[in-house]
Design a protein around this ligand. Sequence first.
Ligand code: URA
Length: 234
Amino acid sequence: MKERLDKFIATQTALSRKEVRRAVKDKRVTLNGSAVKSADVKIDAQSDSVALDGAVITYKEHVYYMLNKPSGVVSATEDRAEKTVIDILPSELRRAGLFPAGRLDKDTTGLLIITDDGDYAHRMLSPDKHVVKSYTATLDKEPQADIVTAFARGVTLADGTVCKSAEARLTGGFDVSVEISEGKYHQVKRMFAALGYHVEALRRVRIGALGLDESLREGDFRELSPDEAMAVFG
Ligand code: URA
């Protein structure tokens, strides 16, 4: 199916249509190897080769990025006061419509997915899907074994909210490995608070069958294949 060149580039990159028109004027865009003269030329995204500054733009309906979220950035697309996970995206990964699929607190680190696929995020976050999220929590003191049974029974938060059964495993020192299938506000911290502990550090390490790529440093992103992205439901 044919579509306008400026629309194609604007959906596949961070450039607005106006910026695409400017890039065409500046001879930064080629179509099948030749400089494009007009931004409203029609192209076939499947068979034509469009390049911006010499880099071919491969059509993708959606993209899925894994971020090893650093502490100090908020899980939002924009914020007047704070730096967001979208602000720290490298320019070559930018495109329109990206947002974080779910939230981690500002001081929480680890696995966060950034996508432009609203249906995917909706499915992943839907309470009916019971997608399991795994965290490593570092507590302010040595965890006692009764945490495990309290989590399994379902912790009652300070405001009376009863959490679903969850898994806690003591992994040595002040660390506890936690698996929850809900996404209540500050849930892990509030579960531990209800049992008399303060969470000093929290890191998400897995969503469904998708583990955090340990080779990613905090603040690094990498694109996920569609199969990897779908592993959150596995
Ligand atoms: N639970 C929390 O308390 N904080 C997070 O960021 C994620 C889960």
